[in-house]
Design a protein around this ligand. Structure first.
Ligand code: FPP
Length: 253
């Protein structure tokens, strides 16, 4: 069955972003690092609006990794305060804009009031359909796989399936973001070319786009460059280029 439309996908449905370069941006302006994070938070707002405008339905942003606790205590506190502020000040606007907010990551280490704000924000926005914004906070790809494995083992022990039937699908079912398509495009700003324990499992077939632009400078034009690059990739999912051109692709991709 030919599926020419899928050989050159116009737009990714799911964009994931490693927002790197806030500290360097601030340093270049002779400002404290937190000024870079503040400007970075404004760019998050612009990025959300761009995805809404373009009709990209899923956006996943890496805001704080399981490793970011290693930063100076003051920076960690300021980042958490920024997250708190975002939850207090931005959620209503997100809701009015049709955005569903989901937080992924290990919430147990977050302060109690932040956990409460997260729950309220998720409850308020849970039926919104225009854009699903996933914010990864205290998130690590390895943590995600481990927690999914734990859940799969518990299901097996509860008799849901036998060990000999175990497959990767049993892990995938319990991962963060299991209910949405895996990212089509990963953007990393700031010049580094690694995934830093982001969506380790979910990025298996994602197209990567690395750019030198620092996150606080990542504007609509920079996003359009990334989307343009994506639009010219050929995604083969293990098949040959000829097979893809002949339309030998299936919905299960
Ligand atoms: C990496 O840049 C950025 C972060 C670890 C934080 C990302 C946070 C934001 C964009 C603000 C929004 C915040 C929340 C909590 C929603 P870096 O500081 O490592 O930059 P550098 O490599 O230049 O030092």
């Amino acid at each position: 069955m030919p599926c020419a439309d899928e050989t050159v996908p116009a737009l990714p449905r799911h964009v994931a972003v490693i927002m790197d370069g806030n500290g360097r941006w601030a340093h270049r302006q002779c400002l404290p690092r937190v000024a870079g994070h503040r400007r970075g938070a404004e760019v998050v707002r612009e990025m959300v609006q761009s995805c809404v405008d373009l009709g990209i339905p899923y956006l996943t942003l890496f805001a704080f990794s399981t490793e970011n606790w290693r930063r100076p205590a003051l920076e960690v506190r300021l980042l958490m305060n920024l997250f708190r502020l975002l939850l207090r000040r931005e959620v209503r606007k997100l809701h009015e804009n049709g955005v569903r907010l989901c937080i992924i990551g290990d919430r147990s280490a977050l302060e109690r009031d932040i956990r409460q704000l997260v729950e309220e924000a998720e409850a308020l926005t849970c039926n919104n359909k225009r854009l699903q914004l996933n914010l990864a906070v205290n998130y690590g790809g390895r943590w995600d796989i481990a927690q999914a494995a734990c859940a799969a083992i518990a299901a097996m022990q509860a008799g849901e399936f036998a060990l000999e039937d175990f497959s990767e699908a049993h892990i995938a079912r319990y991962l963060s973001l299991a209910d949405i398509a895996e990212p089509d495009l990963l953007i990393r700003t700031g010049g580094e070319e690694r995934i830093s324990n982001f969506l380790v499992w979910q990025l298996a077939y994602t197209e990567f786009y690395f750019c030198d632009t620092l996150w606080p400078d990542f504007d609509r034009t920079a996003l359009e460059h990334a989307l343009h690059s994506f639009a010219h990739r050929q995604r083969r999912f293990g098949r040959t280029g000829d097979q893809v051109l002949e339309g030998d692709c299936f919905a299960s991709d």
